[in-house]
Write a new protein. Structure first.
Length: 422
């Protein structure tokens, strides 16, 4: 059995490739079922965020090429179009990769906390779909534990660095005083909530939250003295926005070039700063061609993010040491599974011998033997039966000069040291 992590992320693939390979909330359950039908796959979890798409599997063989083929086929893309962007990790490397992902060490923003919630959500979705069992359940629970310890024992989460924070930092550079500005936030998920929090802390003048579900928009907007609208109402409010930050799970853009052109006319071409954090993108790329629009994608935030992550490097080094210990712990547990069946077989064999000898001892009692004689028979016979095969094998090992086997037996039974020169 092998553990595989296969995928792509912001380091290996541009946004136009990442958005073609996302597994949105509406298709991920079906994708898990499809993957589970693959003959090589025993267990599976799919992690799909704006910055990464990864498949975690346990395989009944080491060849992981069929999983790469499955990703291409599921999304209707030629394998050659996808494979240049994929990376893969096997067994111990796969375990380490997941732990680093869960702790934010492989994120666009070093140490960002949102990824842990996304990993937990991916695991829960797979569990609900019935595609996780013993190995991946243990592995993902292990990743949650290491992430918690790293948050507790290191300073990796002390600096407020995230994609949302980077977006707000860039807005502050463009608008020195946010108190006179209006921000339109599209979506109501964790990233948008974080953006709203940062904007509110930096004194933003007004916040408008647009979302497909207006109730969720109201809940978020109320926390920051903003007001809520539906996505269908955006055309009537876009002209009010100096800052637009969008992060939805929509498979298609929610903000088109025509709507933005109309808003600019109404604003008399006062500029709008836009950040599209979503993958697939929420804002049509052609919007960037308009004068007075400053459109940034998640990839464009790299420079801002790099400046804010330097303080986390030392904490990340400490985190890597913690991860190494957790990797060793999981791999040790995984190796121990190899002994479980052997232990069960050995116990079953011993219990069968016990029952056989006990039956004979009871027969002797029934035939009039004294309890002492029956107990002596039980002890002597059971001991001989339990020791016969190991003793025979050890004698043969000595005859054949297999001293490593004798040493192993000594370790197993905690007996005296074997002298290979005697």
């Amino acid at each position: 059995m092998s553990i595989l992590a296969l995928g792509l992320n912001h380091k290996t693939a541009p946004v136009d490739i990442r958005e073609r390979l996302t597994f949105g909330p509406d298709i991920i359950a079906g994708a898990l079922r499809s993957l589970g039908e693959h003959p090589a796959v025993e267990e599976s979890v799919i992690l799909s965020t704006c910055n990464r798409t990864e498949v975690y599997c346990t395989l009944n063989k080491e060849d992981h090429a069929p999983i790469a083929d499955w990703i291409s086929q599921f999304h209707g893309l030629p394998q050659g179009r996808v494979s240049p962007y994929l990376y893969s990790h096997l067994d111990e490397s796969a375990v380490k990769h997941l732990l680093r992902v869960a702790c934010g060490l492989d994120s666009l923003v070093l140490g960002e906390p949102q990824i842990l919630g996304q990993v937990k959500s991916a695991f829960q979705t797979a569990t609900d779909a019935g595609t996780t069992h013993k190995l991946l359940s243990k592995l993902f629970q292990h990743s949650f534990s290491v992430a918690k310890q790293i948050r507790t024992d290191t300073a990796i989460g002390n600096s407020p660095v995230s994609v949302a924070f980077a977006a707000v930092s860039l807005a502050k550079q463009i608008f020195s005083d946010l108190s006179e500005q209006t921000a339109l936030l599209i979506g109501a998920g964790e990233t948008i909530e974080l953006a709203a929090r940062h904007l509110h802390q930096n004194g933003i003048g007004r916040i408008i939250v647009a979302n497909r579900t207006v109730e969720k928009a109201h809940t978020l907007a109320a926390q920051f003295e903003g007001y809520a609208i539906s996505l269908t109402e955006m055309s009537g409010h876009l002209h009010e926005a100096d800052i637009v930050i969008s992060s939805t799970a929509s498979p298609l853009p929610v903000l088109g070039k025509g709507m933005v052109e109309s808003a600019l006319k109404e604003r008399k071409h006062r500029p709008i700063f836009m950040v599209d954090i979503a993958v697939p993108r929420d804002i049509e790329p052609e919007v960037a061609d308009l004068s007075d629009i400053y459109l940034y994608s998640v990839d464009d935030l790299q420079e801002v993010i790099q400046e804010n992550m330097r303080s986390r490097q030392e904490a990340a080094e400490q985190a890597e040491e913690i991860i190494e210990r957790y990797v060793d712990e999981y791999m040790g547990w995984l190796r121990s599974l190899n002994a479980v069946e052997l232990i069960q077989d050995y116990r079953c064999h011993a219990e069968n011998l016990r029952d056989e000898v006990l039956h004979k001892a009871l027969q002797q009692l029934n035939k009039g033997k004294s309890p002492e004689e029956a107990m002596q028979f039980l002890a002597r016979t059971l001991t001989n039966k339990l020791l016969h095969t190991p003793s025979s094998q050890l004698r043969q090992a000595g005859f054949n000069g297999q001293f490593e086997l004798l040493e192993a037996a000594n370790t197993l039974f905690q007996l005296k040291k074997i002298d290979s020169n005697s």
